[in-house]
Write a protein that binds this ligand. Structure first.
Ligand SMILES: [Zn+2]
Ligand SMILES: [Zn+2]
Ligand SMILES: [Zn+2]
Length: 153
């Protein structure tokens, strides 16, 4: 079976781009940190460990290109920092996020769950939905557990 990086390589190739060594280093950092939501600077520092010669501008351009090709999604959790998130392969819509207001953890929901809502919006507003961003802000299960323990002390 071909690897994810091979498939991304093909995607770039189909869009008439090459997977240069710098782009490849950037993609592999994103794959290694699939669970994380890295800023461009985070990606840059990690890529630099593999390819010390790489510049921040190259990493920025690669991330913009990957965003354009929908390999990654750019997301902002309200702190003014753009973060880059690998799109689940084959997913038509972007996954949802749970952002904990206590510890800052970001968890993901891969299921769309919005079928009914999307249908209502399409029917009532005659709006054809292509994608969406959904971020829930609240207290994660780890923090609620911690709070319960504190309260019972
Ligand atoms: Zn995510
Ligand atoms: Zn959806
Ligand atoms: Zn938390």
């Amino acid at each position: 079976m071909e690897s994810r990086i091979e498939r991304i390589k093909k995607q770039l190739h189909n869009a008439k781009y090459k997977l240069t060594p710098q782009r490849e280093a950037t993609v592999s950092v994103l794959l290694e940190h699939e669970e994380d939501h890295l800023s461009a600077e985070d990606v840059y520092l990690l890529v630099k460990e593999k390819s010390p010669e790489i510049g921040l501008a190259t990493v920025y351009r690669t991330l913009e290109l990957l965003t354009e090709l929908k390999v990654v999604d750019k997301i902002n959790f309200g702190d003014g920092v753009s973060r880059f998130d690998l799109r689940q392969e084959g997913a038509a819509h972007f996954h949802h996020h749970l952002v904990c207001i206590e510890c800052g953890a970001v968890d993901e929901i891969q299921e769309d769950l919005l079928g009914d809502v999307e249908q209502i919006v399409e029917d009532r507003w005659n709006f054809r939905i292509k994608d969406h961003r959904l971020t829930f802000h609240g207290i994660c299960s780890r923090c609620s557990k911690g709070n319960e323990e504190k309260e019972s002390e």
